[in-house]
Design a protein around this ligand. Structure first.
Ligand SMILES: [Zn+2]
Length: 105
């Protein structure tokens, strides 16, 4: 099962963060500021680490804007490892990325 969704131009990747409960979207190469990605949607690896600080997200269902805690992770082989500096309760834990459901495909 896919863990990430790519934008149509394949320059943005979206995954559901099990700690934040929201999707995180990052640019991937060949985007000029993109992360390295192993090209695998089922067992993705991104490098370097993904640090989201002072960020927010819009709930896709309610359109409500929420502030999210600092989220710092390494995504490796479909697993997400949260660093100790995360502001959420999954700091220091490693869990599988949840399967991502696409209703556009
Ligand atoms: Zn997160």
């Amino acid at each position: 099962m896919a863990k990430i969704i790519l934008s149509p131009d394949r320059l943005m990747a979206l995954f559901n963060c099990p700690a934040c409960g929201y999707g995180h979207r990052i640019p991937v190469k060949p985007h000029e500021k993109g992360w390295d990605w192993n090209g695998d949607v089922d067992r993705p690896t991104f490098s370097p680490s993904i640090l989201l600080r002072g960020h927010g997200s819009r709930n896709p269902k309610t359109e409500e804007y929420v502030d999210l805690p600092t989220c710092h992770s390494f995504v490796t082989d479909g697993m997400i490892a949260f660093c100790g500096d995360c502001g959420h309760e999954m700091a220091g834990k490693t869990v599988p990325l949840p399967d991502i459901i696409t209703d556009s495909q």
